[in-house]
Design a protein around this ligand. Structure first.
Ligand SMILES: Cc1cc2nc3c(=O)[nH]c(=O)nc-3n(C[C@H](O)[C@H](O)[C@H](O)COP(=O)(O)OP(=O)(O)OC[C@H]3O[C@@H](n4cnc5c(N)ncnc54)[C@H](O)[C@@H]3O)c2cc1C
Length: 421
């Protein structure tokens, strides 16, 4: 049963857990909780290990939710699909498309588990696209008493439970809203100076269904990815965009990295699941040798946030691979970084140099926290003044929810101890 718990995907965190359990059913997961309760032990749900901090760790045992058998229950009348909590988006996207349906959006990669993604408020991009958690219509989970719970949108605790940081239980199934399938065409434009970007920030982020701005801060913006819905936005991408030319070769967001792992570009139409993510399921996403951080600022402070970071360009450069700016629409989920406000996500793909990253983050947080930035729960952040709880109006209600669903602290870990302290 017990095995070394290994590391997260990025390799910058070695799990301290005593071992990894592989439940074959929700009932197995329930029994694991009951055993932990009996023994006074601790458990923690583990998804696909793509977080960059210790959020998924435990002093007890990890529960590999990816071991649960696949589920695919499409309810066309309700426009929902129910999948196993351990499913990766890439595991069922094609099947969903083949039945004529789609998810409204994806994060940059299809490799992450659904329950792991929603637990941390994972998002893609698009002025009118809310986070991956916002399209959750229901969750089924084993709580800290061993009870199997179901919460649906509209239920009292639902809005607090979806972005749950793994604190309420082991999510065994997730029901997601679906929309009629659609095609997307992706075009990459290269090289814009900062003054054009800052003068036109809203025009850029609203220029397509999903937009990503990639920059190394020094030397302006190197790439803008426009993902247009075929038949909605005009399929034909403009020859130039605010003066920026279309890329003439396929681009990876990271400088000097081959683009084979990226979804198709050059405006070639394709199914939503092969365009909305930047990276293809069969390949290693991003660089693989990296650490990530992200801060989500209110949209009205977006340009101020960029201006506050530009003076740090030279300081960030030695540890930075690339940064990405994306927009996320507001939702009502208590711990969503887009809770009740539209946001601009400012993401950093750093080199895998933990000390170097932690040396530059105080300056980044010093620039962004005063503007109301909320850090991504699954990426590296410092928050030395323990300011994060005060960024969430419903944080005390979330504490109460944790106490209600996990009264014995089965799912508590060092990350939650710091956060809930
Ligand atoms: C290359 C790369 C690209 C990324 N791109 C994006 C992006 O575009 N947008 C974005 O927002 N983020 C992005 N991320 C971050 C990533 O989406 C989040 O870290 C996400 O939480 C990872 O999901 P996971 O299944 O790997 O979770 P894990 O790291 O395995 O777990 C994360 C948290 O979820 C909990 N959890 C996992 N499964 C369950 C379950 N079944 N029940 C209850 N709790 C559970 C864990 O306990 C833990 O608290 C990226 C990460 C990588 C490595």
């Amino acid at each position: 049963m017990a095995e070394s718990a290994g590391t997260n995907w990025a390799g910058n965190h070695e799990y301290r857990a005593k071992g990894v359990l592989h439940p074959a059913s929700a009932e197995d997961a329930r029994r694991a909780v009951l055993r932990a309760l009996d023994a006074g032990g601790r458990l923690r749900a583990l998804g696909t290990r793509h977080c960059f901090n210790d959020i998924a760790d435990t002093s007890g045992e990890l529960v590999a939710m990816t071991a649960l058998p696949p589920r695919f229950e499409l309810d066309e009348a309700a426009r929902t699909v129910t999948v196993s909590g351990g499913a990766r988006y890439g595991d069922f996207a094609e099947q969903l498309d083949a039945r004529g349906w789609a998810l409204p959006n994806l994060a940059s990669l299809p490799h992450i588990s659904v329950a792991g993604a929603i637990a941390t408020g994972t998002h893609g991009s698009g002025d009118r696209n809310a986070s991956m958690a916002a399209v959750v219509a229901g969750i089924e989970f084993v709580d800290g008493t061993g009870a199997l719970r179901v919460l649906r949108r509209g239920d009292e605790d639902f809005d607090g439970a979806v972005v749950g940081l793994g604190a309420l239980g082991l999510v065994t199934a997730v029901t997601l809203d679906v929309v009629p399938t659609f095609q997307v065409a992706q075009t990459v434009y290269v090289d814009l100076d900062w003054s054009t970007v800052l003068d036109n920030l809203n025009a850029i982020t609203s220029a397509a269904y999903s937009v990503s701005i990639f920059t190394r801060w020094v030397g302006g913006v190197q790439q803008i990815w426009l993902k247009r819905v075929v038949g909605d936005d005009s399929l034909q991408a403009p020859e130039t965009f605010l003066g920026a030319a279309q890329a003439t070769e396929k681009r990876h967001p990271l400088p000097g990295v081959a683009a084979d792992s990226c979804t198709d570009q050059f405006g070639v139409p394709g199914p939503w699941y092969e365009r909305l993510a930047h990276f293809r399921l069969a390949f290693t996403p991003s660089s693989g040798q990296e650490i990530q951080s992200e801060y989500l600022v209110p949209r009205e402070r977006a340009a101020d946030a960029v201006r506050a970071l530009l003076p740090l360009s030279e300081r960030m450069a030695p540890v930075l691979q690339v940064a990405e700016l994306r927009t996320v629409a507001s939702d009502g989920l208590w711990l969503s970084s887009a809770y009740q406000r539209d946001v601009l996500g400012i993401h950093f793909t750093w080199k895998r140099d933990q000390a170097g990253v932690e040396a530059v983050l105080p300056a980044v947080e010093g620039a962004l926290f005063p503007l109301g930035a909320r850090p991504h729960w699954g990426k590296v952040f410092l928050d030395p003044d323990h300011a994060v709880p005060s960024m969430y109006p419903r944080f005390d209600d979330f504490r109460a929810l944790v106490a209600k669903y996990d009264p014995h602290g089965v799912f508590r870990n060092a990350y939650l101890d710091r956060l809930l302290a």
